[in-house]
Design a protein around this ligand. Structure first.
Ligand code: PEP
Ligand code: MN
Length: 362
């Protein structure tokens, strides 16, 4: 930390700061400039007491942290990207993974139709919410355990690993029976008790960025997951709330590039919740790949006009197949590839080396 003193700071003021720094376990180094004095506090900022409270001293102008507040998920601490194993897949490698499925699980026919079409078009993971965090309490809240039973059936039939949102610690036990990647939704990114509980399960996590969360807050939420023992975190940029009304949210492409640069976690982009409309999904998906994303999450529904949630942003299976074709040239330009068809083990969370997907023509 750097403690910048006010221009009028007297020698006793400076001495007081030096003593406080020492008491907090840091080594103070005084730098006397022409106009002001600065105290550099040397020590590990992540494990020792924060010196930010020194800003309350009358002689202190500001306290500036030097180290990043997140450590485990930073590229500084671990230069190579964390590989997240999901069923037979390894996210965070050259393979580019597309997660597809409806916003909410509604019935078996709906899920099977989407899963088969999405898989045929090249999607590797199936999404579908059994528990829905809806803004209005009068909106469809999800099928709960009935939805999980549908997901289990579709997983058994197609072999696709399942991504599904957890909204409460109380639902974790039944979810762990079927869900391969636990999604933490935008509304729960700052639910630190839920993050800790989800981390302790050891199951891979897809962590959505909060509606109004800074990139640092998003990384710190990931740090909670890593600190509680689970390094298998996928960061998901899904758009943030801005003044713009043309889209449901604003896809923050800079956040994708920054997340790739500063964190060691794979990054997934969800253009569906960012745009809130279908006509932008292809453009945003291509932009996401160009910015370095490791995967996409796309909402797909057999009849978007009848969907229980997020119909206006859901692609039909045919539109999804077109999207998968449209991203291929960009994937090739970025030296990424769509994984080929794989064996379909029914267990969750394990990785089978022999079934790591092979490249298919792009
Ligand atoms: C969802 O994935 O359907 C969802 C509710 O997402 P978000 O948390 O990004 O709003
Ligand atoms: Mn949705």
């Amino acid at each position: 930390m750097i403690i910048v003193l006010k221009a009028h700071a007297s020698p006793p003021d400076i001495q007081r700061v030096i003593e406080e720094v020492r008491q907090c376990g840091y080594e103070p180094h005084v730098i006397r400039g022409v106009a002001r004095t600065v105290v550099a506090a040397v020590g590990d900022e992540t494990t020792q007491q924060t010196l930010e409270t020194l800003a309350s001293l009358a002689a202190v102008e500001k306290v500036l942290p030097i180290q990043k507040r997140y450590k485990l998920v930073s590229r500084e601490a671990q230069p190579e990207t964390t590989i997240v194993p999901v069923g037979p897949h390894r996210l965070g490698t050259r393979d580019f993974h597309v997660i597809a499925g409806p916003c909410s699980v509604e019935d078996l026919d709906q899920m099977l139709c989407v899963a088969e079409a999405a898989q045929a078009a090249g999607a590797t993971l199936l999404r579908g919410g059994a528990y829905k965090p809806r803004t209005s309490p009068y909106d469809f809240q999800g099928l709960g355990e009935k939805g999980l039973a549908i997901l289990r059936e579709v997983k058994e039939r197609t072999g696709m690993p399942i991504v599904s949102e957890v909204v409460s610690e109380a639902d974790l036990a039944p979810m762990l029976e079927v869900v391969d990647v636990l999604q933490i939704g935008a509304r729960n990114m700052m639910n630190y008790a839920l993050l800790a509980a989800v981390s302790r399960t050891g199951r891979p996590v897809l962590l959505k960025r909060g509606l109004a969360a800074t990139i640092e807050e998003w990384f710190l939420a990931a740090e909670y997951l890593a600190k509680h023992g689970n390094p298998h975190v996928l960061l998901c940029e899904r758009g943030i709330r801005t003044f713009e009304r043309a889209t449901r949210n604003t896809l923050d492409i800079s956040a994708v590039a920054i997340a790739k640069q500063e964190s060691n976690l794979p990054v997934i982009v969800d253009p569906s919740h960012a745009a809130g409309r279908t006509d932008l999904i292809t453009a945003l998906s291509r932009a996401a790949i160009a910015a370095g994303a490791d995967g996409l999450m796309i909402e797909v529904h057999p009849h978007p006009e009848k969907a229980s949630s997020d119909g206006p942003q859901s692609l039909t299976p045919n539109q999804f197949a077109e999207l998968m074709q449209a991203i291929r040239p960009v994937l090739a330009a970025c030296e990424r590839r769509l994984p080929g068809k794989t064996a379909t083990p029914k267990t969750t969370g394990s990785i089978t080396q022999s079934s790591i997907p092979k490249e298919i023509g792009s």
